[in-house]
Design a protein around this ligand. Structure first.
Ligand SMILES: Cc1cc2nc3c(=O)[nH]c(=O)nc-3n(C[C@H](O)[C@H](O)[C@H](O)COP(=O)(O)OP(=O)(O)OC[C@H]3O[C@@H](n4cnc5c(N)ncnc54)[C@H](O)[C@@H]3O)c2cc1C
Length: 467
């Protein structure tokens, strides 16, 4: 084993997703020295895949679009969604730092967040994205670029090590003083204060994994997560007596794409919630709606599972031309991957798939009546967008399955991102941020709140570790 012992004022960030990148930049902004280690050959984690956007309340983009929002409203939505596992202090940290987090992304990294949409469970549109590529990619690539520049220009301040799997925490007495990591055949050690930002465990399907331990009922489902999402940070934390909370709280997202060319693939592309936010409809195998498409994820998933269990599947997502145009870049990507297909009209869809054309006509007509307020939607939908579905114009259609997507459970932390033991005492020298932490979202995470969690708690952890 080779040993390096750099300055003890160094902060070691384990995981180069959005949480780790946000923490690393914050350490540099505070004048500190940082080492970022990631087990993969490139940074980005699941953050790079995020497709709907990032939440912020009372932002310049909302004001420009005349959307009235407040931290109080965001707290209310998050608290309802979190249910009886809501933790007010963590929710306060998440929401009150949301507008400053988005401003930081825009001003320090020139990330465009000028478009705002409403995702399920939000009373107000507050999920931000830009006009270019997918929001996760836009954010992570901007932060990676600036970090790589810092590492190239001031190597004494910033060290980035890819392909470096952290396998242990080093301790002196009760204090965490560094990490051990494997790079190729070698084991290395680096000294400093540690921030864990290794993401969640939504791909930890092994027989000894967290899903087997806490949610064996989900083992048969596919996942949207990269294969790095195996709960490494959780295990590192418990090796120094950290407490894990809410580990059985796993978010199953209602809409993963079933690829007709590979329907049994364990890893699925996510059908961004924004597809329903811009007006997409969910229908059963006969073409009947069965849910308010913009309800919370846990609710939509439950209704989809009922449809599938009753033998009324498969479930399809249908977009009209206006919805397609609003998310054209996303849809064109899905079409290029063979996940979404365009049909000239309802008749063509019915002919190719066996969905009842007459039923779909009826579904479209009644949806129009609910949208225009002629009748209330029997499923309770109140916020309609691009609601005119015409049987003679093109539609865009994809097969959907529920997918394991996000893990609400994780490492117990204080609002200042200190890792806590079972008695609630901070473990000296150890912080955590991003999906690896538990408790921020309680029972259900709202769409757009995980990228926010990564940036907000990444910055908080970076600041706390710098002190
Ligand atoms: C397809 C998809 C779409 C999504 N869309 C959205 C969205 O629109 N809005 C939203 O808010 N959320 C979204 N999410 C959720 C969100 O992207 C993630 O929860 C968030 O990005 C997690 O960030 P993170 O930095 O904590 O973890 P990650 O981005 O997953 O990064 C963790 C990093 O840690 C590294 N790592 C793990 N173990 C080790 C180890 N032992 N040693 C060294 N490195 C390690 C990994 O290689 C990885 O690079 C989406 C998720 C997916 C999968």
């Amino acid at each position: 084993m080779s040993q390096t012992t750099p300055s003890s004022s160094r902060v070691i960030v384990v995981g180069g997703g959005l949480a780790g990148l946000s923490a690393a930049h914050t350490v540099l902004e505070r004048g500190g020295t940082v080492t970022v280690l990631d087990k993969k050959p490139s940074f980005g984690g699941n953050s790079v895949k995020a497709s709907s956007g990032i939440n912020g309340a009372d932002t310049p983009a909302q004001r420009a679009l005349d959307i009235k929002d407040s931290v109080k409203d965001f707290i209310a939505d998050t608290t309802i969604s979190a249910g009886d596992l809501a933790r007010p202090q963590l929710i306060e940290t998440l929401t009150s730092n949301s507008a400053p987090a988005l401003e930081w992304l825009s001003t320090s990294f020139s990330v465009d967040l000028s478009l705002v949409s409403r995702l399920g469970g939000h009373a107000i549109p507050r999920t931000h994205r830009g006009k270019g590529g997918a929001p996760g990619w836009a954010m992570t690539s901007a932060l990676i670029k600036k970090l790589e520049k810092a590492a190239a220009e001031t190597p004494e301040k910033a060290t980035l090590v890819k392909g470096a799997k952290v396998v242990g925490l080093v301790r002196e007495g009760e204090r965490v003083t560094g990490v051990e990591y494997q790079v190729g055949e070698k084991t290395e050690r680096v000294t400093g204060t540690v921030i864990l930002s290794t993401g969640g465990y939504a791909a930890d399907f092994s027989s000894t994994g967290f899903l087997s331990s806490y949610r064996p009922d989900l083992l048969e489902l596919p996942t949207t997560n990269g294969d790095h999402s195996t709960g490494d940070g959780h295990r590192l934390a418990t090796s120094v007596s950290a407490s894990l909370i809410d580990m059985d709280q796993v978010q199953v997202h209602p809409t993963g794409f079933i690829d007709p060319a590979n329907p049994d693939a364990k890893t699925k592309f996510l059908a961004a919630e924004a597809l329903r936010g811009v007006g997409g409809l969910l229908v059963d195998g006969k073409g009947r709606r069965f849910v308010n498409e913009v309800e919370r994820r846990d609710f939509v998933t439950e209704k989809m599972q009922e449809v599938i269990a009753a033998g009324d599947g498969p479930v399809r997502l249908i977009l009209n031309e206006e919805s397609y145009q609003e998310l054209k870049a996303h849809c064109d990507f899905y079409i290029s991957k063979g996940l979404m297909k365009s049909f000239a009209n309802v008749a063509e869809l019915a002919q190719t798939t066996g969905v009842s054309g007459a039923q779909l006509r009826e579904t479209f007509t009644s949806h129009g009546e609910y949208a225009s307020g002629k009748q209330p939607d029997p499923f309770g939908k109140q916020h309609f967008r691009n609601s005119t579905y015409d049987t003679e114009t093109p539609i865009y259609v994809a097969l959907m399955t529920p997918v394991v997507h996000y893990t609400m459970g994780g490492i117990s932390i204080s609002p200042t991102a200190q890792v806590l033991d079972a008695s609630g005492k901070p473990i000296a020298g150890l912080f955590a941020a991003g999906e690896v932490i538990g408790g921020v979202h309680g029972k259900n995470r709202l769409g757009g709140s995980s990228l926010l969690e990564a940036v907000v708690f990444g910055r908080v952890a970076g600041e706390s570790a710098s002190k």
